[in-house]
Design a protein around this ligand. Structure first.
Ligand SMILES: [Zn+2]
Length: 347
């Protein structure tokens, strides 16, 4: 997992866009929901009252349960808070009965479907709509934060509905935790494989959550080759080496638990076994392009090319100078390099 790298002032600006969007669309959705068909059945006034009561009674700061409308300030707070867990717990028993029906209506009111479709006029950069696509683009995430193996950059042609864009994974699944369906920090740009293929519709328990790329650090887990298999790196290619994904024991217990869950849900060791040969290439380069080689062979023949060994090293192991999210596999390569490079400067 790699952390989504976004500075505070940009984040604040984006959260403001999101707050405005929520206030405008939720009030519009609320006024239009009566009689609207949701899951083949029109929404009744009774159902609206049940939802209004549940939201206002449970979530109102002022406990204003007699209000005729749902309280927009509260919904905006729910959609921008970093305290996801609080509302995940509230989601669990928000409706005493007919839960699925109410989840569907709530999803229409809070509005993920509209946000996902993207055809709402809005106020984001020069009047472009604030929607799933602009949200993902504004976060500037190039590589899937969960697996770090796929580019999730996007391309959009104005007026053309064909576009490539990232998936948005709901960290707390929206059908289980509908209150969080539009929470800014609950929407993780990710690749299709991690979102639909691996996480899919798995039911997650509150104490069973994975790492969240908005909050957890990239060093919550790291990759390595099993120590007793290191010798195999010198042998023929395709020998039996396994990549391990290790939880960082220096982190809090909660972080360790989430890291273990990420390893399990996203099958990280299994998936990274496809990259054993990348690890071998790193090992070969460490051995071959040593300081000894640089000083005694390379520099004697090509004196002009590099200032010093550090300069030379940066070219061979260019991934060490990249941010984890710049290219696929950067975090993996850095972790493996760190593991294998010990003692390599002595020849
Ligand atoms: Zn992925």
């Amino acid at each position: 997992m790699i952390k989504i790298d976004i500075n505070d002032s940009t984040l604040k600006k984006l959260v403001d866009y999101h707050t405005n969007y929520i206030k405008n669309t939720v009030s519009e959705n609320w006024n239009q929901i009566k009689g609207k068909t949701v899951a083949q059945k029109a929404v009744s006034q009774d159902e609206m009252n049940t939802i209004k009561d549940a939201l206002n009674r449970k979530l109102a700061k002022n406990n204003n349960s007699h209000s005729d409308n749902i309280l927009l300030e509260n919904i905006a707070d729910i959609c921008t808070t970093k305290n996801l867990r609080k509302y995940a717990i509230e989601s669990e028993d928000l409706f005493p009965a007919a839960t699925e029906r109410y989840v569907n209506i709530l999803l229409e009111i809070i509005g993920y479907r509209k946000f996902n479709k993207g055809d709402v006029s809005g106020q984001y950069n020069n009047g472009t709509a604030w929607n799933r696509h602009t949200f993902v683009q504004s976060l500037n995430v190039r590589v899937c934060p969960y697996c770090n193996r796929q580019y999730i950059t996007s391309f959009y042609k104005n007026g053309d509905r064909k576009l490539t864009t990232a998936d948005v994974d709901h960290y707390y699944p929206k059908t289980q935790y509908p209150l969080l369906s539009m929470n800014f920090f609950n929407m993780i740009p990710s690749c299709f494989i991690c979102n639909s293929g691996l996480k899919g519709r798995k039911k997650l328990k509150l104490n069973d959550m994975t790492l969240n790329p908005f909050f957890d650090d990239s060093d919550s887990l790291f990759f390595q080759i099993n120590n007793d298999e290191l010798g195999e790196l010198y042998s023929f290619r395709n020998s039996d080496i396994k990549i391990s994904t290790i939880v960082n024991k220096a982190k809090s217990n909660e972080s360790q638990k989430r890291a273990e869950k990420s390893i399990e849900i996203f099958y990280l060791p299994e998936i990274y076994n496809a990259h054993v040969e990348d690890a071998r290439t790193i090992k070969e380069n460490i051995n071959h392009f040593s300081r000894y080689y640089f000083e005694n062979v390379f520099q004697r023949n090509y004196q002009e090319l590099f200032n010093d060994y550090e300069d030379f090293e940066k070219t061979i192991f260019h991934f060490n100078d990249l941010n984890d999210g710049d290219e696929p596999l950067v975090k993996f390569k850095k972790d493996i390099y760190r593991q294998l490079n010990i003692g390599s400067t002595t020849v």
